[in-house]
Design a protein around this ligand. Structure first.
Ligand code: HSE
Length: 316
């Protein structure tokens, strides 16, 4: 058996979208790329470049490599491929709430699946990725693209992906500090009042319906949340002030992106106010001594895909 290579591109994601904690997500137009070569000989050679490269383990602890092994085991190909060369070109900010760990998992699974002849469907990959990540709201949009609604029933994951009927520009503010998902989950209570659960079910449903049908007026309050953002606010100085500034400058709403610390504002394309929203959010952060830089993104509609050589944006 010879060595085999593929190159894969995976989009960033923003999970929760306010009320859809652990359930809703979107794919965004900023990408990590990876070239994977599986070899019959044992040995691991990982090189990471770009965002957060210095913090990415290049040994057996690497999450891409763990995901590759997870897939090879299930495909019964562990004996065929014992080693790997992994070249990562990263543009997605690390540990900031833009799904960089989900991207790594999805890149590993998608690339390994392609090399062994695609025995697993996209839905199978979603199940495997959720097993690894623990919740589906980042891995699902990374795999499918679009706006995704995700459920887990007795460990069985389902994803409904669609393209909203409203053109929305995402202004993502990236603060100059990291926050691990683990610490942002530790501050959450294990139980919540029934009224907060009802609040989120109704708002997440409204958000999904408004985007699916293209009803702008129903987005007015649809990004509100009672399940996680209040508890996480102390970890992100000025969070609610930044949300208010974004809305005042013309956004439908703004929320914590995933577990943070990035904040994401949803801005109607037709209002032509994306620069104003970014400036207002930055100023509000600054008032709390936080430096943040904006990313201007749109919805990725394709999700993870294998690249042909000519498609590649960056060289690994
Ligand atoms: N739903 C997750 C959270 C996303 O908010 O903790 C981060 O992985």
């Amino acid at each position: 058996m010879n060595e085999r290579s593929v190159r894969v591109r995976v989009p960033a994601t923003s999970a929760n979208l306010g009320p859809g904690f652990d359930a809703l997500g979107i794919a965004c137009t900023i990408y990590n790329e990876m070239t994977l070569t599986l070899t019959p000989e044992p040995g691991l050679n990982i090189v990471a470049r770009g965002e957060g490269a210095a913090y990415i383990p290049t040994d057996a602890r690497n999450i891409v490599w763990k995901s590759i092994q997870y897939l090879l085991q299930r495909a019964d190909c562990m004996d065929e491929f014992r080693g790997a060369k992994i070249r990562m070109s990263n543009r997605i900010p690390l540990s900031r709430g833009l799904g960089s760990s989900a991207t790594a998992i999805v890149a590993g699974l998608t690339a390994a699946n392609a090399i062994v002849g695609n025995p697993f469907s996209r839905h199978d990959l979603l199940q495997l990725a959720t097993d690894i990540e623990g919740h589906p709201d980042n891995v699902a949009p990374a795999i499918y693209g679009g706006f995704t609604v995700n459920t887990v029933t007795d460990n069985y994951v389902e994803c409904f992906s669609f393209l909203p009927r409203i053109l929305i520009h995402f202004v993502v503010m990236v603060p100059d500090f990291y926050l691990s998902t683990k610490s942002a989950r530790q501050v959450l209570p294990s139980e919540v009042p029934m009224k907060d659960a009802i609040f989120n079910i109704s708002h997440a449903s409204m958000l999904t319906a408004a985007l699916a049908r293209g009803s702008e007026r129903h987005l007015e309050n649809a990004f509100e949340d009672a399940l996680h953002q209040n508890y996480r606010a102390p970890l992100i100085p000025g969070m609610f002030d930044v949300f208010a500034a974004a809305k005042k400058a013309g956004a439908y709403g703004a929320v914590l992106s995933g577990a943070g610390p990035c904040l994401i504002a949803f801005v109607p394309e037709h209002r032509n106010c994306t620069e104003e929203v970014a400036a207002a959010m930055r100023k509000a952060f600054r008032a709390h001594d936080v430096d943040a830089r904006p990313l201007h993104l749109h919805l990725d509609t394709k999700g993870a895909r294998i690249l042909r050589r000519k498609d590649s944006l960056v060289r690994g």
